[in-house]
Design a protein around this ligand. Sequence first.
Ligand SMILES: Cc1cc2nc3c(=O)[nH]c(=O)nc-3n(C[C@H](O)[C@H](O)[C@H](O)COP(=O)(O)OP(=O)(O)OC[C@H]3O[C@@H](n4cnc5c(N)ncnc54)[C@H](O)[C@@H]3O)c2cc1C
Length: 389
Amino acid sequence: MLKRVDIVVVGAGIHGASLAYNLLAKGAGRVLIIDKANVGSGATGRSASFIRHHYSNEICVRIVKESLRIVRGFEDEVGAHVDFQPQPLLLMAGPEHEEALRENVAMHRALGVDVELMEPEVVAGSFPYLDLKGIVLAALERDAGYGDAYQINTAYAERAKELGGELLTDTEVLSIDVSKGRVGGVKTSRGSIEADTVVIAAGPWSRKLARTAGIDLQVEPALLSLGVLLPPRGIEETPMAFDMTAGAYWRPERNGTLLLGTDEEVVGTWNPDNLPEGVGFEFVSSVSRLLGRRWPEMKQARFMRGWVGADGASPDMHPIIGAAPEVEGLYLSTGYSGHGFKFSPAVGKCLAELIADGSYKTLDLSPFSIERYELGRTFKSRYPMAVVQ
Ligand SMILES: Cc1cc2nc3c(=O)[nH]c(=O)nc-3n(C[C@H](O)[C@H](O)[C@H](O)COP(=O)(O)OP(=O)(O)OC[C@H]3O[C@@H](n4cnc5c(N)ncnc54)[C@H](O)[C@@H]3O)c2cc1C
């Protein structure tokens, strides 16, 4: 077992792996990733893997733009093959979301995102199979698509190892050693390891670990459910969709099935070590009903299977990224609140800059610092939805 490294990254999910790769690619020193289970065993392995720019805050749009650039050129930039399936995203809004959708689309267009507003008559012409009752406005984002979060997670982990990084799986970090306001290393289920820098990228488990370093991290486990339906016909050409009036979202899969979720994130009451095996019957009936209302022929779709995953949710449903307060050498990358896959390529790159070079270069992620809660600079979403911030 290793006794000393320069940087310990706790968590081999997509954020830990992306960060470790980027640190190693910069020659930031000896990097060790530790996971209490395995690569991609947390939220990442259960993600719906949507990539879309639709957010209410400019910085989130810029992060997704950078992530998408990296994913599209992954082979050249990172050195491994990953899949990205371009697929437009249709956002459908009721009267309560109309103004927000107009404002967000204007902001996205100003930032160079290929998106346009669509009146319901135009949507009906393009997608005649949808029942648009209650929809007053829609937007079609063409710069969207989906990847495979698990595939990208493992690609980053593989590349990190190829660059000399170390990976310890089935090893729990029990506590972070702090002495005189400085990180000294970690205690694990297999012994202690010294390090000058420790990064908590432990998803919904982050709070428990941060407490051992004296940090109160308000990250709670949020439970998200997904279902897979077998549609009665081929749906490859249909866009991915968010029905904001129903709080439901879906996208076609390459194998002809439909992946379906709802906006419901149950925050706080779950133990991420003891998640339900599959989705409950209530989820099956409610998503099927919501989808069937908007897309009537999907009433004939067959519900095949479903699963749940837990992500760490922050108080304003935006991630907490950057240096931890009052503990030199401790960094945070957590609280992705059910939408962090699409951030991971860009965030890993930027956080590696902060750790290795002392400042952000590609994008300034300081708005995501934990201090924002004390300073009253929390993120505000224009939508009352968890998954579309
Ligand atoms: C059902 C579902 C659908 C989603 N859909 C989307 C989507 O379409 N688009 C999108 O952008 N995002 C989506 N997300 C969110 C996205 O998947 C997550 O935000 C992202 O995967 C979080 O990655 P992470 O690395 O922070 O955490 P995780 O993947 O949870 O990794 C954390 C790791 O830390 C390890 N760990 C924890 N504590 C310790 C410890 N003490 N010692 C050692 N290891 C430890 C865990 O074992 C785990 O492997 C979805 C999430 C879910 C659950």
